[in-house]
Design a protein around this ligand. Structure first.
Ligand code: XMP
Ligand code: MG
Length: 184
C-alpha cells in the first residue's frame, strides 16, 4: 500500500497495540471513581483509529462523542486558527470527559479545545494523546496521558493524513520528501 511513499516506519502496528492497551489500563485505574460515567471525546478525523481501538481496549464502559475541528488544511504547519466543523451532540456538564487526540504539535488546537470544553462545565477534563511532538512540551497544556513522544517530523498513518491520504495505514510512518514536492 502506498508503495514508495513511506520513508520509514516510526511506530509499528504492534507497538501501537501495546501502547493502546497500556493507556487503556491506566485510564481504567484512574477513572475507577467515575463509576462508568466516562465520556470519550474523539477529535476527527485524525483520532478515529486511536479512539476506536482505545474504547475497545478500555475495560470499563465509556460513551463516545466526536468533534471535528480544523487547524489547517493540507499544509504541514499550524496556523493557530481553530474552527469547529462538527460540535458535540450532547451536553457534557457534570460528565467526566477525556479528550482523545491523535497528535499534539504546537498545542494550539488542544489549548483552544480545552478552553472551549471547560466552559461547558464538565465534572473533569483530561487529555489522552497517542503522539506528542517536542514543541508541545513548551506549551502550557496539561496532558495526562501520552502514548509516544516523537521527533519533530511530519508523520502519517493510523488516522493521520497528508492531504487526506495515508489515514488507513495500520502503522505510523514518515513520508518520503518526494510526496511533498511532486504531490503524488
Ligand atoms: P497543533 O499544532 O495545534 O496541531 O498541536 C494539532 C493538529 O495538527 C495536525 N498535525 C499533524 N497531522 N501529521 C499529521 O498528519 C503530523 O505530523 C501532524 N502534526 C500536527 C493534527 O491534525 C493535529 O490534530
Ligand atoms: Mg488533525
Amino acid at each position: 500500500m502506498y508503495d514508495g511513499d513511506i520513508a520509514s516506519v516510526l511506530i509499528s502496528e504492534q507497538q501501537i497495540k501495546d501502547k493502546v492497551t497500556e493507556l487503556a489500563k491506566q485510564v481504567d485505574e484512574d477513572y475507577h471513581q467515575a463509576g462508568g460515567d466516562l465520556l470519550l471525546v474523539g477529535v476527527l478525523k485524525g483520532a478515529v483509529m486511536f479512539m476506536t481501538d482505545f474504547a475497545r481496549a478500555l475495560p470499563q464502559p465509556a460513551q463516545l462523542e466526536f468533534m471535528a475541528v480544523s487547524s489547517y488544511g493540507s499544509s504541514t504547519s499550524s496556523s493557530g486558527v481553530v474552527r469547529i466543523l462538527k460540535d458535540l451532540d450532547r451536553d457534557i456538564a457534570n460528565r467526566h470527559v477525556l479528550i482523545v487526540e491523535d497528535i499534539i504539535d504546537s498545542g494550539l488546537t488542544l489549548s483552544w479545545l480545552l478552553k472551549n470544553l471547560s466552559s461547558r462545565n464538565p465534572a473533569s477534563l483530561e487529555v489522552c494523546t497517542l503522539l506528542r511532538k517536542p514543541d508541545a512540551v513548551q506549551v502550557d497544556v496539561p496532558v495526562k496521558y501520552v502514548g509516544f513522544d516523537i521527533p519533530n517530523e511530519f508523520v502519517v498513518g493510523y488516522g493521520l493524513d497528508y492531504a487526506e491520504r495515508y489515514r488507513d495505514l495500520p502503522y505510523i510512518g514518515t513520508l518520503d520528501p518526494k510526496v511533498y514536492t511532486t504531490g503524488v
